[in-house]
Design a protein around this ligand. Structure first.
Ligand code: 3AM
Length: 179
């Protein structure tokens, strides 16, 4: 199973973001229900390892984290770019990602050493060019009021020719008082 942990977006934020990438030519815009903020990518795990990962997350006690957007960005090689919303590295968000990573490492899981750059991918496989540049430029000031993410999930990623589909296997509410 190809697995990852990600924050679930409040519905209002997901709805606001989902429409942004729809107008871009080529590529695959993620649907509202697929938008997420990846905390840790686990890669391919067999069922026992997946259960260990799920247990490690279960034991984490944390509260909601603030999501504050800071415009849009694009990433990748020309011809297969992705468009994402940039999310401010707020202490609560960084802390949650770090604590979850420590628990997963403590459970013996090996995580990619990629630096955590909080973002919400909106579309993948884009050709790039003026339409993409225009959307990024038009949203340079995108900065809606921060919203609280109140849960994260363990997701399974199904790879298809027309883009990945995600299945939420577990939900972990972030219920401690907001910090
Ligand atoms: O949806 P985003 O962009 O946040 O980029 C992949 C995606 O993140 C990331 O895991 C999420 C679910 O697929 N991902 C895929 N392969 C990865 C890898 N080898 C990876 N992250 C780190 N290392």
């Amino acid at each position: 199973m190809r697995l990852f942990f990600a924050l679930c977006l409040p519905p209002g934020l997901a709805a606001q973001l989902a429409g942004l990438a729809e107008v871009l030519p080529g590529g695959h815009a993620l649907g509202e229900e697929d938008l997420h903020l990846t905390l840790h990518f686990l890669g391919e795990l067999d069922e026992p390892r997946a259960e260990e990962a799920a247990w490690a997350a279960e034991a984490l006690q944390a509260g909601p984290v603030w999501l504050r957007l800071q415009g849009l960005g694009s990433y990748g090689a020309r011809g297969r770019l992705s468009l994402h919303a940039v999310v401010a590295p707020e202490p609560g968000l960084l802390g949650l990602q770090d604590r979850l990573g420590s628990r997963l490492a403590g459970a013996g899981l090996i995580l990619p050493r990629r630096r955590f750059r909080p973002h919400i991918t909106l579309a993948r496989g884009l050709r790039g060019g003026p339409a993409l540049d225009r959307i990024v430029a038009a949203n340079i000031g995108l900065s809606p009021p921060p919203v609280a993410a109140r849960s994260f999930g363990l997701f399974r990623s199904w790879l298809h020719a027309d883009g990945a589909r995600y299945e939420r296997l577990q939900d972990y509410p972030l219920v401690l008082p907001l910090s």
